[in-house]
Design a protein around this ligand. Structure first.
Ligand SMILES: [Zn+2]
Length: 447
């Protein structure tokens, strides 16, 4: 099969190209007119572009155990419709959590045959599970997540510095990546806020930037001490960017991601009681948002992932609008491409930047870059065809993840996904996801 277009987004240029695909892999990226006589040709219209399938390394599928919150079918179907071809599932909210080898096996059994896109797994670091890390890593998890504050579910306990001092030498020995929910409990306020709990400002003040800044300072110090690779997930506080930049320049092996909601919304504009905007760390002010964009521009923040974290609608407590008690999490797996393009185009960024943040760098984070996240010979033929100029208005009811609650409901966005290909097979076409799930389980070491 050949997919050809006037605008194919390669790693450092956008060119008219024909992408030659055999057995699910890209075998050649040739001139637009260099097409073989036999085989199917997919001709892409001139308004649309071909980009690598998106890689999303921060997705909470919550299955098994809390499948009523999401599940592999609904999440990966939303992914396919959003141009995502690879996602990595978080180790918590499922029961059991992925903090033991047995937990990983349970998760694999659950996910097998139920995924519309390729799916891999993070393991977890919790107090006392250091002995489980090597077996889980050998069995194929891509790295390990920890929390420095309570995670929200009791079966995934947060770690203290003492716990990290036990786990990090082992992670360094394995050369495994530690990904960190970086907020420290100290600066977080949990009491005396019941009076105005429906005002966003109350919640925002309860999770100040200091909680993130102090946590990141700690992680830079520990990464340096143990020479462990560390990645800060969902960075919200732009105050931490200068220290991350300095640490990176000094050779500390620390990277960072941020998420669509921090780059699109602003605290000042969140209505009273609108708990669909709640996530941790919180969405901050417009001025903070602009600094996050600068951190992306200079490369301190390398990737943008969804932190897709859904829950049943009633857990959002929309009735009382209580920001302090509502579940924190925003489900945006299907919308990441459009949200980021809408904001990136407005600020003068290009499709090459998009590809770096949404495809190549997330693939690199989990060492899948030889197969995922680029259009190049040898890579899997994972492609998204989309129209960067077409506009649409988000309807939460039409999103494919399980619970149709979204802060993006009613938002006008730019960038419409037309077709998604996974290893050369069409998995999404103009509103329709294929019937049978074609996704593979991705295990570290297979690539
Ligand atoms: Zn998360």
């Amino acid at each position: 099969m050949i997919v050809r277009a006037q605008r194919v987004v390669l790693s450092d240029e956008i060119r008219p190209r024909s992408i030659h695909i055999r057995d699910g892999r890209i075998v050649e990226v040739a001139g637009y007119d260099e097409t073989a006589r036999d085989g199917e040709i997919v001709d892409v219209d001139d308004e649309s572009v071909v980009m690598p399938g998106l890689v999303d390394t921060h997705v909470h599928i919550n299955s098994p155990g809390r499948t009523e919150w999401e599940g592999f079918r609904s999440a990966t179907s939303a992914g396919a419709a959003g141009g995502v071809t690879t996602l990595i599932d978080m180790p918590l909210n499922s029961i059991p959590p992925t903090t033991t080898l047995a937990g990983l096996k349970t998760k694999l059994d659950q996910a097998q045959h139920d995924c519309f896109v390729d799916v891999g797994f993070w393991g977890g670091v919790v107090p006392g599970n250091t002995a489980e890390l090597a077996p889980m890593f050998a069995a194929g998890v891509f790295g390990f997540k920890c929390f420095l504050v309570p995670s929200g579910v009791e079966e995934f306990e947060h770690v203290t510095e003492a716990d990290l001092r036990e786990a990090m030498p082992e992670l360094a020995r394995l050369d495994a990546l530690l990904i960190v929910h970086a907020e420290l409990p100290g600066p977080i306020k949990t009491s005396d806020v019941s009076v105005s709990a429906s005002e966003y400002q109350t919640f925002l003040e309860s999770r100040p930037r200091a909680a993130e800044n102090e946590a990141i300072e700690l992680m830079i110090r520990l990464s340096r001490e143990f020479d462990t690779r560390v990645h800060i997930v969902h960075l919200s506080s732009a105050d931490a960017i200068p220290m991350l930049r300095r640490a990176q320049r000094e050779g500390v092996r620390i990277t960072a991601e941020t998420c669509p909601h921090y780059l699109h919304f602003a605290a000042e504009e969140i209505p009273e009681g609108a708990t669909e905007f709640k996530c941790c760390p919180p969405i901050r002010e417009a001025s903070n948002r602009e600094k996050l964009w600068k951190g992306l521009a200079d490369g301190t923040i390398g990737l943008i992932v969804s932190d897709h974290s859904p829950c049943p609608g009633e857990m959002k407590l929309r009735g009382s609008g209580d920001f302090m008690k509502a579940w924190g999490g925003i489900a945006s797996l299907q919308l990441r491409l459009a949200v980021i393009w809408t904001e990136a185009a407005r600020r003068g960024f290009s499709l090459l930047d998009m590809t770096r943040w949404l495809c190549a760098n997330p693939a690199g984070q989990v060492s899948l870059d030889s197969r995922k996240g680029t259009i190049a010979p040898g890579s899997d033929a994972d492609l998204v065809i989309w129209n960067p100029d077409a506009q649409f208005t988000v309807s939460a009811a039409a999103l494919r993840h399980r619970h149709k609650i979204s802060p993006y409901d009613g938002e006008p966005l730019k960038g419409v996904v037309q077709k998604t290909f996974l290893r050369g097979q069409k998995i999404y076409d103009d509103g329709h996801v294929v019937e049978s799930p074609l996704g593979h389980m991705l295990l570290r070491g297979q690539f």
